[in-house]
Design a protein around this ligand. Sequence first.
Ligand code: NAD
Length: 328
Amino acid sequence: KKLGVALVGLGYYSTDLLGPALQMTQHCELRGIVTGSPEKIPVWQEKYGIKDTNIYNYDNFDQIANNKDIDVVYVVLPPSMHAEYTIRAAKAGKHVWCEKPMAPTVAECESMIKACKDNNVKLAIGYRCQHDPNIQAYMKAAKEKTFGKVKMITSAAGYFDGRTDHWKQNKALGGGVMGDMGVYALQGARLATGEEPISVLAQTFTTRPEIYHEVEETAMFQLEFPSGARASCHTSFGINMNYLNINYEKGWIRMKPHSSYNGNNGEMSNGTIINFPIENQQATQMDDDALSLINGTDLLVPGEEGLRDIRVVEAVYKSAKNNELIKI
Ligand code: NAD
């Protein structure tokens, strides 16, 4: 059995990554689209053979409840729209896959989790890296304490974004680097320790105020974990950077890159090379999640995991605004 997936929002990520990746999955089939841009419909229909009856816009989307072809709705919209479309999909009785960041606020994340529970559907967040064996390698080191306790982490995720008019620069649409790339820097630290931070000290700033005046271009945040581990995390829309250095009591792991679509790799202080082949991260993610739904097993990255990040994101903003240490 294959699960029928409908993509909501046909922007960059759906067009360039998820649409093609769905063709590589074994347990999913791209059967529907939800779009506010009618000109995209013939292009997607021609490319993927989508039936007329499986095409929706943002107004008639709720009618997807009556469509047996669609098992999963994948929300790939700007972050401020994630809660609304997740909740509407849940009410339509569809499982939901939602892109990161889960939503701009903890309150929205909680309402998304509740809506899915209330409607007896599952919610997964699109943290593709957690499905990548190269990332799982350092998650395993945290669990098995291969090199003892984690002492200090440096985690960075950023790229130079040259665009000047995009939702990533718009506060109302859920922009800002912290939710966008910052969650990768944060995931690096959280997954490397296997713990949740207990305090945050953060700064945000911009070098291009003409573009980044509503939201931050760059954020730097320090995390303290219950075990005593500390992390220094950096994220930016102005700097290309992608690495994770984990220093343990008895060794180290270096990943570079650690949050790319492909090619995540690294090295351990004992000489072990981390370089597992993975054909397509998004296809792996969607097949993992489809199998969990088919078999009724736990999702690798449920809504609760998206929420954990947003708790820290909120604390980062509060810390930066008040210039104070925030306890979580
Ligand atoms: P995008 O701007 O390219 O696409 C957004 C889509 O939403 C467009 O089709 C646009 O038409 C539609 N939309 C509907 N209402 C809109 C509005 N009011 N303003 C702007 N767009 C509106 O963005 P994207 O890069 O495809 O990102 C979409 C989501 O996917 C985001 O949550 C983003 O963080 C996530 N994403 C995840 C990854 C990943 O690696 N997991 C990579 C890229 C993007």
